[in-house]
Design a binder for this molecule. Sequence first.
Ligand SMILES: [Fe+2]
Ligand SMILES: [Fe+2]
Length: 459
Amino acid sequence: MNSTTISMEKVRTLDERIFQELLRLNCSLLCINEARGKKRTISLRALYDNDREFWLRESSDWTYYVDSHLISHIDEGLQAVDLELEKRLTVNEESIEAKISGEYSHLKDIPPGERINALRETLARINRLIGSRSSSEQEKRDVLVEASYYAWLVNKITLDEVSGLSDRDARSATGEVARLTENIVGALTDVLSEDDAPYTFMHSLMDKSNGSTVRHMVRTFLMAHRFVLFFNRQMNDEGLASRLRVDFSGKYRKWYASLLPDIPESSLTLEHVFKGGIRPVGQQELKIYSAGFLLHDIGKQRYISYFEGDESYDGRKVEAHAKTGYRMLLQKSVYSRKIAAIAGFHHEYYGHKSGYGYYRELKALMELDQRAHRHDSCISYNLEDLNRFATLAYLPVKFLEIVDVFDAVTDPVRTYKSYMGTAQALKFIRTEFIDNNKKLDIILFDLFVRFMASERPVV
Ligand SMILES: [Fe+2]
Ligand SMILES: [Fe+2]
């Protein structure tokens, strides 16, 4: 219309949160019908309530305009929110590095053979725990936390040490650590699966995170594992699949439509979201997922000293950890491709512009090359679907992303600003990662909210 207004047609091409914000503010639109020579001012809310898609239609007699200063103002606000969020997630990750560096240096000086023996002893300790009926809740919790932390740290040091070796030599030097770690994770998941006091367990685990042992990686591993168990229970005992099928068209279809543009919205089903249908995760598969959860941030190891005392934010350094972790696990270790993928793709966020990782980069290359690819699902249980770009995400990663973000914003030992309580964090994540940006999966997040309610009271 003129330099102080901007058409809604243009707003369609901007950040999708801008429209949501305009709606929240209930701004007025200048509505012009050239053919009939009509001009009116109507509130956006009134137009939207009458027809939710009015501003998305290509052909309409009416053209709608909004104040461009308002758009700039909203855009600035959104940029500030993005920056704040990046800082929160990043500073949390950096603070992990600083805190573990002391223990890292200490353990690094111990000969590799002794570390491996200590890992063996850790495995024996967990197995004794499984065999004993008399172990207390406290003992169980301590073993879970200490064993996972120790296994993680030994992996980090071992993979760090072999970074300069050829892939073949590196694999043989890290083989025993990987084998023992998979056994430890398997044994820990057995303990976690039989735990029948979830409230007490999670509550004490979170309390313990104020201390010096539990770290982001341990909490994420334990919580993500329990989240998948909860998912399985909901599938097996609570009829989750049929409930979702009933809810899908009213509650979820619209949300997924923009993620799968090749599929007409009206024919979008739950089977397009979960390729091959939503179903429980098998016991063996869950052990693989859990090893991936434990090792997901292993790629940060190169930056331990680099980040110390460094207050400045550098997105590129942070972004590198996903790809570094992927390469380390894939090339320098004998861990499976699935475990490497969990580490490599845990910041893809459904291809959102603030995410990062190999998947989007390879996909962009394919697009440049004009090679055909068509996503026909959002989430696949099969990694091969991701490798051939037939799906947007690999299932364990969508579980992990939620827990990872939740842990970042609720970490009580964070040094940056105050951490959020559970209820506040869940609300914040829903707004920023589901409603305003499609980064986490909405169905799994709804389930996560119920999982948290079942694990501990929302405060
Ligand atoms: Fe990460
Ligand atoms: Fe993480």
